[in-house]
Each structure stands twice: as C-alpha cells, then as structure tokens.
Write a protein that binds this ligand. Structure first.
Ligand SMILES: Cc1cc2nc3c(=O)[nH]c(=O)nc-3n(C[C@H](O)[C@H](O)[C@H](O)COP(=O)(O)OP(=O)(O)OC[C@H]3O[C@@H](n4cnc5c(N)ncnc54)[C@H](O)[C@@H]3O)c2cc1C
Length: 457
C-alpha cells in the first residue's frame, strides 16, 4: 500500500490546482484521472463549445457581409476544419494540464478509475493508496433519461457531439436550457436545420421571463424552430434519422430529425466511486453532501466542483479549490456561502448574470428598485450592428446595494463583472455612477441604466 499526504480523485477544475498546492508545500500527493486530463471544461464543455461558438459567429458575420460593406459570396462551413480548430484549442489545454501535473515534484499522477475501499483508502488499477486527506473532484456527465427507444438510436450528448466533423441536416435538441441553446445557435449558424424541444413553458426557465422571451426572439429570427410545453417521451429509429415522440398540447406529437442531441441536465459521477465504503453521504440526486467549507460528513474527505451540487461551472469548481486551499493552508476561513452567483450563457448576444433574478427578489419580499435599458439605445451596440437584448439591474431600496443583474447584449459576459465586483465590495450602486468609463463601450451605459431605477411594479 502506498501512503500519501493527500489523494485527489479527478482532474477537473479544482483537483489539479489543489494537487499543485500540496506538492508546493512539500507534501506527497497522488492525483488520479480515469479519462481525459482537464475533465469536462477542457474536453467537452466550456473550451470546445466556446471555440465552436467562435467559428459559428465568424460564419454569421461573414453572411452579414453586405451590411458591413464587404462581399464574401456563399458562406459554407467546413466542419472538418471547424472540428480541427476546436480539437487544437481544447487539446492544448488538455495536454498543458497533463504536462503540468506530471512535471510537479511530490506529485504522483495515476491513470485509472478510483474507488474508495474505506474512508482513508482508494483503489486504482488494483493498487491500494492511503491518505489522511482525500479530495473528490469527479464532476458530472450528461443525463440520459430512461425512455422508450433510448437504447435503439444513436443520440448525441455534449461529449459525443464533439466528434462530429460533418453537418447534421436537422439537429433536434432536447432541452432548451444553457447547454442546448448554445449548441442550437451554433449548429444553425453552421448551416443545420435546428429544432429545440423544451418541456417547460419557456426557454432557460431559471431566468426572468423577459430574458427568456428575448433569447427566444433572437433564436427564432435566425430560423431555429422552438417547441415549448413539449416533453420528449420517446425516441425511435426512422429510415433517415430519428423520430422524437412528445407529450404536448399543441403541434404534432412527433418530429423527425437527422440527429438528436440530449441536453437535459447533468448527473454527478458518484455512483461508481465506492462512496458507501467510505461512508460518504449523497443526496437523492447523487450529489455529495458538503458543509460550507466543502467537507463531507466523513472527516478528512472533501468534495469539490460539480459533484457537490453547490455549483455547476468552471469558476465555481475553481472557487471550491480556493476555499479548500485557503482553509487548509492559510487558515483563512472562506465559505461557499460567501460567493455571489454569476455565470454567462454564450449565445450571441450573450447573457451575463450576477446575483438574484428579479423574480427571486420579488419572491423574497424585500423592497427593491429595478432599471431596464434596451441595447438598441447603446451606441457601441449600434456601431457594431449588434443591438439585440437589454440590460437589467436590481438594487435594494434601503442599502442601495446591487442585488442582481442580467446583461443580455453584446459584451454582456464581460460587462456584468463591473456590477459583480461592486456587489462583492458591498458598495452602493452610486459608485458605478460616479466612475468615469471608457467611450464607446457597453459598460459606459451602466450609469445611464442605473439612473432609470424605479420601484418594482
Ligand atoms: C457543454 C457544456 C458547456 C459548458 N460551458 C461552460 C462555460 O462556458 N462556463 C462554465 O463556467 N462552465 C461551463 N460548463 C460547466 C463546466 O464544464 C463544469 O462545471 C466544470 O468542468 C467543472 O467540473 P468539475 O471540476 O466539477 O469536474 P470535471 O471537469 O467534470 O472533471 C471531473 C474529472 O474526474 C474524472 N473522474 C470521474 N470519476 C472518476 C474516478 N472514479 N476516478 C478517476 N477519475 C474520475 C473525470 O474523468 C473528469 O476528468 C459547461 C458544461 C458543459 C457540459
């Protein structure tokens, strides 16, 4: 049995940095990866999707050439080259992480599936490793719902769609949330016919209704078909493609496409980890239960990243690493509950979000002000010819602190950080109004938006 000071399971967005931190402190650490170094973000999530989004955006702008004063002719996308570019960008990160870890002094890199044997031992490739501290960073995978026909058709997920080097004639996407919408716009811009099937009454149902509506409008303008209140209940093989059966009140109850992408949520990779042998508790959905400092119910075992259900993003996983590392190495008592929710949806235009939605604020019953401003009145957006969307900011009436914002518009994923930082500083929104911003930018309009604050209707 080999002994280590720490064992890290998984090389997602928290594990590698944590292993490096132990190694830098002169402690012996083992890190175990069963598949690709870098996990979801690097191989099948953020990095490849945003690389593909960039190709799709370039094609979209090229098609609008005449609006901008240039001629391109017929724009056709070469999917082999699109995939090659994506593989190169993603591969660079994947290789970089592996090389970094293998180059670390005091760090042992093992490839294989890790399983707990007890609360302090883990088995990998028939070898038993022991450590007093074990960190789980095993992430998640696309949920594949049980339904008739699911085993009879070659459906796609966010992982398998990464291998596509051809243009699907008609891509049917089951799930109208973040992952589904990014693929929908991207493939429409590559040239596929695209249909989204969403069981809820609107797209991205966690967002405010005006956000969902605006996103729906710009996707439909690009020719994406959207079926709402339509629950996918079966899949079946057809001579040319796949039929999706739906439970719905309106429209035909089935629809055929050449390919089907399932984008209906994520499942944590915790069912094959031997957690019962270690006595680690999970919730009903399989997420590992952690406290505010990411410790599980078993002393000496922590869970970081998507598998703890406390976040579903690269930045939340990396923040988990910072919390654990600061608690262990710096006696800085950081907590998950100190962080402010923030994320982006990488459609074009993107949605940058921070804090509470306006629906959440209304539900909380606190007195608040809201301001909304259309992107068509933002000169930078107008100059770029990208005027879809709006900015919305909510503020606490008493404290004058920002409670939340949705910046749906060009640059929204970057602009939202101004508001986020003011929120972390617990400063009043008036700070944004007194700052001098650069012209012409989207950010320079934040003071204008804030000047429109009114009590919630
Ligand atoms: C299509 C898509 C797009 C996304 N886009 C964004 C985005 O734009 N921005 C953003 O912030 N987030 C995005 N995300 C979410 C983001 O990818 C994840 O939140 C992020 O990767 C954090 O993952 P993690 O650190 O929990 O683990 P992961 O990255 O999932 O890594 C876990 C690793 O553990 C390994 N592993 C699992 N079980 C074992 C075991 N038993 N033994 C050994 N190894 C094991 C896995 O092979 C994997 O490499 C996206 C996700 C998807 C699916």
């Amino acid at each position: 049995m080999r002994h280590f000071d720490a064992i890290v399971i998984g090389t997602g967005q928290a594990g590698p940095s944590l292993a490096a931190r132990f190694a830098a402190a002169g402690m012996a650490v083992a890190i175990i990866e069963r598949h690709k170094f870098g996990g979801t973000c690097v191989n099948t999530g953020c990095i490849p999707t945003k690389t593909l989004v960039a190709s799709a955006y370039a094609a979209h702008v090229a098609r609008r050439g005449t609006e901008y004063g240039f001629v391109t002719g017929d724009v056709r996308v070469d999917m082999k080259r699109v995939k090659a570019r994506k593989d190169a960008v993603s591969g660079r990160s994947n290789k970089g992480i592996e090389e970094w870890l293998r180059g670390l002094k005091n760090c042992t890199v093992l490839q294989g599936h890790a399983r707990f044997q007890s609360s302090h031992t883990v088995v990998v490739n028939d070898e038993v490793l022991q450590a007093d501290q074990i960190f789980i960073n095993v992430g998640g995978r696309a949920t594949v719902p049980a339904m008739p026909g699911i085993h009879d058709v070659p459906f796609l997920t966010n992982s398998s769609i990464m291998d596509i080097d051809f243009l699907p004639e008609h891509l049917v996407i089951v799930g109208g949330s973040y992952v589904g919408l990014e693929f929908a716009q991207m493939y429409r811009r590559f040239g596929s016919e695209v249909t989204i099937i969403e069981m809820g009454p609107r797209l991205i149902g966690r967002e405010d209704e005006d956000v969902s509506q605006s996103v729906r409008e710009f996707l439909e303008l690009e020719g994406i078909q959207i079926r709402l209140n339509a629950k996918c209940i079966s899949l079946a093989k057809r001579e040319r493609g796949i039929a999706v059966g739906m439970e719905c009140d309106e429209g035909p109850p089935d629809l055929s496409g050449s390919h089907v992408l399932l984008a209906v949520g994520r499942t944590p990779n915790t069912n094959d980890l031997g957690l019962d042998r270690a006595g680690v508790a999970t919730d009903q959905r399989g997420y590992i239960v952690v406290d505010d400092q990411l410790q599980t119910n078993v002393p000496g075992i922590w869970a970081l990243g998507d598998c703890n259900g406390r976040g579903a993003f690269t930045h939340t996983s990396y923040n988990d690493y910072e919390i654990v590392a600061d608690n262990l190495f710096n006696a800085d008592h950081r907590r998950v509950s100190d962080r402010i929710q923030t994320y982006a949806l990488y459609t074009d235009p993107p949605l940058g979000r921070c804090g509470m939605t306006d629906a959440e604020i209304r539900k909380s019953g606190r007195a608040a002000l809201v301001a909304k401003y259309p992107m068509i009145r933002v000169s930078r957006a107008f100059e770029k010819g990208e005027t879809q969307g709006f900015m919305k900011i909510c503020v606490d009436t008493e404290t004058k602190q920002i409670l939340g914002a949705a910046i749906l518009g060009t640059g929204g994923d970057e602009v939202v950080h101004i508001l986020l930082d003011v929120m972390y500083a617990k400063a009043p929104y008036t700070v944004v109004q007194r700052a001098m911003h650069i012209h012409p930018t989207v950010a320079e309009y934040l003071p204008t938006v804030l000047s429109k604050l009114e009590p919630f209707a």
